[in-house]
Design a protein around this ligand. Structure first.
Ligand SMILES: *[C@@H]1O[C@H](CO)[C@@H](O)[C@H](O)[C@H]1NC(C)=O
Ligand SMILES: *[C@@H]1O[C@H](CO)[C@@H](O)[C@H](O)[C@H]1NC(C)=O
Length: 367
């Protein structure tokens, strides 16, 4: 009788252990799966939360998309916008979910001690609501986000779209003013990808159509969203992507180039000094307008803000990074920049280092 019971107990115990084991393993598996699932869902939000974003006609709106490790770079760009502008700015930051809190925290902090001198909205990555699955499957979420801003920001008239690796060396107003120079058909402004055909990328390598002789760079883009919506911009994006996706190297910039190849009358071209890249000085100085009027926006494309290879670009970035808003722009920023540039001058871009100071000197009334 006792033996029997022990045996029974043994079997019962084994069964309990087995059930426990199966349950635990399943739970662990499930929870891993769930986490991945949540992460995937987190990356893209289909909710359109932009209904309440309105601006008045003359408001200046700076927009940027930030993902991955671009948080600090993006904040630096926004800081540079605040440093020199004389009018109230409005920021729209579209960010990967895990960066949203950090943006809100920093921008909130800045806003407090700038006496509310700007507004900001931090939005999750969003695709148009009509067919979110199609968009999601077609594009990497961050790369293509800018192409959908006309539809996502459906109550916003115009924005200045900035790549996160750009910095203002002049008031934002100086760039924005170009909107008023658009003729009746123009809906966006961009700078040429190159000034010199001998080192141009599109004219030598592209396997798809592109704008003009040398293509355009999309890092600093004035976008009249009202006109882009009227043009039905979004309807061009997907067919072009589908047709050329195997031939595209530079992502959304290539799509923009293809669209304006077929609609050159819709694009306003402004000077290279509004999107100044290492290509403009690394061999010889090719952006003559920057020599004359100074660099307005510097663009550390291809990682050059963070690389030893272009010390001038690194010097400019570092000066902004080290400056705290509310500090003395002359003592805490300009003098630092001058001295960093001084020690970065033994290379081709260093030979024209004054073009990076010119507009800041003007802002500070130093000439
Ligand atoms: C954008 O285009 C619309 C329609 O032509 C126009 O009413 C509006 O003033 C333009 N916005 C800017 C900032 O120029
Ligand atoms: C606007 O300018 C572009 C570029 O110069 C030109 O192709 C287009 O025809 C112009 N549109 C009008 C309405 O003048």
């Amino acid at each position: 009788m006792r033996l029997y019971t022990t045996l029974q107990l043994g079997v019962l115990l084994s069964i309990i252990l087995l059930i426990f084991y199966l349950y635990t393993v399943r739970t662990i598996n499930n929870s891993v799966g769930l986490e991945e699932y949540i992460e995937e869902q987190d990356l893209i939000s289909n909710e359109v939360v932009t209904e309440n974003i309105y601006f008045t006609r003359n408001d200046i709106v700076v927009a940027v998309v930030a993902c991955g490790d671009r948080l600090h770079e993006t904040l630096n760009m926004l800081k540079s916008a605040l440093m020199f502008s004389q009018t109230k700015l409005n920021f729209i930051v579209v960010a990967e979910d895990r960066l949203i809190d950090s943006f809100n925290e920093k921008l909130g902090e800045w806003k407090t001690f700038m006496n509310g001198g700007f507004t900001y909205h931090v939005l999750p990555l969003t695709f148009p609501t009509d067919n979110p699955l199609e968009w999601k499957n077609l594009f990497k979420p961050c790369a293509a986000q800018r192409l959908f801003l006309p539809n996502i920001l459906k109550d916003v008239d115009s924005i200045l779209y900035m790549d996160s690796d750009t910095l203002f060396l002049t008031p934002v107003e100086t760039v924005w003013e170009h909107f008023h120079k658009f003729n009746a058909t123009q809906m966006a402004a961009l700078v040429p990808e190159h000034e010199d055909p001998n080192v141009g990328w599109y004219n030598r390598f592209a396997k798809h159509p592109y704008y003009g002789k040398l293509g355009v760079n999309s890092g600093v883009m004035l976008m009249n969203l009202t006109r882009m919506r009227a043009f039905q911009w979004k309807e061009y994006v997907v067919p072009i992507y589908k047709k050329y996706k195997l031939k595209i190297t530079w992502g959304d910039q290539d799509i923009i180039n293809i669209i304006f190849h077929y609609h050159p009358d819709k694009l306003y071209i402004y000077s290279c000094r509004f999107n100044y890249r290492p290509d403009h000085c690394m061999y010889t100085s090719v952006c003559k307008q920057a020599e004359k009027e100074g660099v307005a926006v510097i663009h550390g494309s291809r990682g050059f803000f963070h690389s030893e290879k272009q010390p001038v670009f690194q010097a400019v970035y570092r000066s902004f990074e080290e400056f705290h808003l509310g500090g003395d722009v002359y003592k805490d920023f300009y003098q630092q920049l001058e001295s960093y540039l001084e020690s970065a001058q033994n290379n081709n871009c260093g030979h024209v280092k004054d073009i990076f100071l010119k507009n800041i000197r003007k802002y500070l009334d130093l000439d």
